[in-house]
Design a protein around this ligand. Structure first.
Ligand code: ADP
Length: 273
């Protein structure tokens, strides 16, 4: 029988302990770096609309107010910049709630086809400005029932469809396609726009990452849309995929669990008072 060496055991334990502590320190350092980068990004994103609105208001106060045309134009520009700031703050709040896990998912049975059509009508103006046609496929489906959090899924579909309109081609098409298997429904949002270059594809879900900064800003983007989409999709225990080919277009797709007709009521009914 070989006797165990107590020194060796102690050394092993110390080694394991030091390695564990080092890992914790590395993790904390990473978090700290992430926090600093996040603050720098956020401050930078805030600065642009604040400086712009300030500029217009100060120019008005310095005398430009006298001219009726200039006054109206500058006030509108200041208001637009403050509106962008408002969208940015709202998106940031959603993102931080998602990241800290503060959002409770309320899974119900929803007709995602009907939801998509409603979103199409909300985006009618944006689409007609670029002469983009919006379709669901297959066309003859009545309803597509899935389990999802209604408000969050609406945000996902709105972001993906709005992006497809904004970054797709003028006179282009956006198609939302549903394909059902026994247990799941695959939902894809396709455009026939210029596509996303390969080297950007795995970064577009990062907060504030934009392929073309000026284009995103000109179209009212905060750079947070896809980061929010990814969080919401992950909170549904599923994943989002993106496929893009230059000049052929981009497709975002994900799967949701199919809802059986008698699985759950469509909406939770409130308890009687
Ligand atoms: P943004 O507010 O800039 O639209 P998103 O997070 O929604 O932010 O998207 C990130 C970037 O991904 C966009 O700035 C754009 O460059 C690119 N992008 C998103 N959707 C598409 C699309 N359908 N076609 C081409 N590029 C896209």
């Amino acid at each position: 029988i070989q006797e165990s060496n107590p020194m060796k055991t102690i050394n092993d334990e110390i080694f394991v302990y030091v390695t564990k502590k080092q890992k914790e320190i590395d993790e904390l350092k990473k978090l700290e770096l992430f926090r600093r980068e996040f603050l720098a990004d956020v401050s930078h994103e805030f600065k642009t609309p604040i400086f712009a609105a300030q500029g217009f208001i100060h120019t008005l106060l310095d005398g430009a107010m006298e001219d009726d045309n200039v006054r109206e134009r500058f006030l509108r520009k200041a208001a637009n910049n403050l509106d962008s700031l408002d969208v940015l703050v709202k998106d940031l709040l959603v993102l931080s709630q998602m990241e800290t896990g503060d959002i409770k998912m309320n899974m119900t049975r929803i007709d995602i086809r009907r939801m998509t059509i409603n979103i199409f009508s909300r985006l009618e103006n944006v689409a007609s400005q670029r002469n983009v046609s919006l379709r669901v496929k297959p066309e003859d489906l009545d309803a597509v029932w899935v389990m999802a959090d209604q408000d969050r899924m609406e945000q996902v579909m709105l972001n993906l469809i709005e992006n497809a309109i904004k970054y797709g081609n003028e006179n282009g098409k956006v198609i939302v396609h549903f394909s059902e298997t026994k247990k799941h429904v695959e939902i894809s949002v396709r455009d026939n726009g210029p596509g996303i270059p390969q080297e950007h594809l795995n970064r577009i879900f990062e907060r504030f990452y934009r392929v073309d900064k000026s284009r995103s800003k000109e179209r009212g983007g905060t750079g947070l849309g896809l980061a929010i989409v990814k969080h919401i999709i992950n909170a549904h225990d599923t994943k989002i995929a993106v496929l893009s080919k230059p000049d052929k277009g981009t497709t975002f797709s994900f799967k949701l669990e199919k809802a059986l007709i008698d699985q759950q009521p469509e909406k939770e009914t409130p308890d009687p008072a």
